[in-house]
Design a protein around this ligand. Structure first.
Ligand code: 76R
Length: 265
């Protein structure tokens, strides 16, 4: 169990249609029933969410995004999903393990108090000061809860890609001091916030867990919004100067029955 947050596993498969074609009608019926039953079972487990996608393009056919606090559960579910449609039907093509995390750049209480005193000139003993501080605490509690224990969106368009920050000589994110990184991240968040209502993003940390430092999961209603945010972020200095990206995956979130039909299973 992690000290806080959930594990997040992105898991993509190709379907071996030759193997599927070798199954009898009865075997296919059993495979369908197992698939639906297992996924519904996982979905009804507390703290575990399992999203299913039809993956667009030929990088993968079927995608899962799974959350669980327990690494044993992640391991078990991965192995069960792989065998869910019968032996060698689902061929793994990509997986990414990460953890939900709090941001080190969010405004903390001490900073907020300072800004109330110095920028807003509020007296710390005034009721207005108190009111603002209480509202801040409530806001931060919800914000932190949403980052560590997110409720995954059911929006149709899903985009996933790994991301790391550069560690080049003379251009190393990790050798910048905290204040500089915080300032740069403020610019990033400013761009991000203009996509409120169009993009739901989940940034999960994978340093030491997988081959890059974060998994970027975006949900949208149209591919235009995905393309727009990723394009616009490229101009923001955090991404322009420091970001390295892995492969991009696009999927469509579908209910189980529609998914099996789409996959031709
Ligand atoms: O969480 C927050 O809303 C607070 C501000 C914020 C942080 C700390 C924020 C806002 N992000 C944060 C951290 Mn982000 N984000 C990305 C990408 O393609 C690219 O160029 C980059 C991929 C997108 C599209 C995106 C979107 N963000 C991070 C981090 C961790 C950095 C670290 O700790 O060093 C990464 C890797 C990252 C990458 N970001 C937002 C968005 C959007 C849409 C927002 C606004 C969210 C909102 O306010 O609702």
């Amino acid at each position: 169990m992690p000290k806080e947050g959930w594990h997040v596993l992105h898991l993509f498969y190709r379907i071996d249609y030759a193997q599927w074609a070798s199954f009898s009608t009865q075997e296919r019926g059993v495979a369908h029933a197992n698939f639906t039953r297992f996924i519904q079972e996982i979905r009804s487990t507390p703290n575990s969410q399992l999203l299913t996608f039809s993956m667009v393009g030929t990088k993968a056919d079927l995608g899962f995004m799974f959350t669980s606090p327990d690494l044993h559960t992640v391991d078990m579910v991965t192995k069960q999903l792989t065998n869910l449609l019968g032996p060698e039907v689902l061929i793994p093509t990509f997986s990414w393990l990460s953890l939900t995390e709090l941001s080190e750049y969010t405004t903390n209480e001490a900073e907020y108090i300072l800004s109330l005193k110095e920028k807003e000139n509020l007296d710390p003993n005034s009721p207005e000061f108190d009111l603002k501080l209480t509202a801040f605490r409530t806001r931060m509690e919800k914000y932190n809860k949403d980052r560590l224990y997110p409720s995954l969106a059911d929006w149709p368009v899903f985009c996933f890609y790994p991301m790391s920050k550069r560690r080049n000589l003379g251009q190393n994110w990790y050798s910048l001091d905290f204040e500089t990184r915080k300032k740069l991240m403020e610019g990033h968040a400013r761009v991000g916030r203009t996509y409120a209502g169009r993009i739901r993003q989940l940034i999960t940390g994978s340093t030491g867990l997988d081959d890059g430092e974060w998994g970027v999961t975006l949900f949208a209603h149209t591919t235009s919004d995905i393309k727009a945010i990723v394009y616009e972020m490229r101009f923001d200095s955090v991404s322009a100067e420091y970001a390295e990206f892995g492969d991009f995956y696009i999927g469509i979130q579908l209910p189980l029955k529609a998914l099996l039909e789409r996959l031709g299973l």
